[in-house]
Design a protein around this ligand. Structure first.
Ligand code: DGL
Length: 271
């Protein structure tokens, strides 16, 4: 079991920010990352569709006999965690919403928190529930920012277009007399847009993303189950449901390290 990989999946390459945080914290672990790029975005699809896709993605990862499944996609974490946990027990399934909520509660001084995410995550209210479960008095405002996903995928992470988009999405949320002091980046793609987001809302707001917190939770669970891999580091395995070359090119930005297209295997998730 200790040598088994950690399986990670997302609707695309954005979840590589989570894979990167896990790889940095636990360099000796073998990571198998699946990006369902053929069906991205999940964020605008119904909970039923996202759940079906998520179960199929996890099923494909079962071939690697993982010791844990990490749902790096916020939208899938928000709607499909119960179905995945039920389908793959006793393998632990960890999402990114709960760790993100914990990081937000740890960061806020005023108890006033803003959450930005995809439409699916915002509509489902998963962050509201997760934050309120930790602090029932927290005041939360949320907003879907679907264009951020497209901008990040396009590599337009700095300059006039993302700055205008960030101002349009965020200025109202932070305009009142007691604006939130913490902003949860509740979507895999948003961490690469920190620069325009900060320009739009000012540097005084604490930005929280779930990647680091999720990585620490992975480490804690492995330690608890005594299943940490002790062998020397092994390169990650990448799987993509479409265009490995694009996965490698766009994914390298999110992973923070070059990915060669030859490292990316094309897979088909349709039953
Ligand atoms: N991975 C999704 C999320 O974190 C963003 C991209 C999508 O909509 O599929 O919610």
């Amino acid at each position: 079991m200790n040598g088994a990989p950690i399986a990670i999946f997302d609707s695309g390459v954005g979840g590589l920010t989570v894979a990167r945080a896990i790889a940095q914290l636990l360099p000796q672990e073998h990571l198998v990352y699946l990006g369902d790029t053929a069906r991205l975005p999940y964020g605008t699809k119904s909970a039923e569709t996202v759940t079906r896709y998520a179960v199929q993605a996890a099923r494909a990862l079962m071939h690697f006999k993982p010791k844990m499944i990490v749902v790096a996609c916020n939208t899938a974490s928000a709607v499909a965690l119960p179905a995945l946990t039920a389908a793959y027990a006793p393998i632990p399934v960890l999402g990114v919403v709960e760790p993100g909520a914990r990081a937000a509660i740890a960061a806020t001084q005023t108890g006033s928190i803003a959450v930005i995410a995809t439409e699916g995550t915002v509509t489902g209210g998963a962050y509201l529930r997760a934050i309120h479960a930790l602090n029932a008095d927290a005041r939360i405002v949320q907003r879907a920012c679907p264009l951020f996903v497209a901008l990040a995928e396009e590599g337009w992470t700095t300059g006039a277009v993302p700055e205008l988009t960030a101002t349009r999405y965020l200025s109202e949320m932070f305009a009142g007399p007691t604006p939130p002091d913490t902003l949860v980046l509740g979507c895999t793609h948003f961490p690469v847009l920190v620069e325009p987001i900060t320009k739009a809302i000012g540097s005084g707001v604490i930005l929280v993303d779930s990647a680091a917190t999720t990585a620490h939770e992975v480490a804690r669970l492995l330690h608890q189950a005594n299943t940490r891999r002790e062998a020397s580091p092994t390169p990650p395995t990448f799987l993509s449901t479409d265009a490995p070359e694009r996965f490698a090119r766009v994914g390298s930005q999110f992973f923070g390290a070059p990915i060669d297209p030859s490292q990316v295997e094309l897979v088909d998730l349709t039953p």
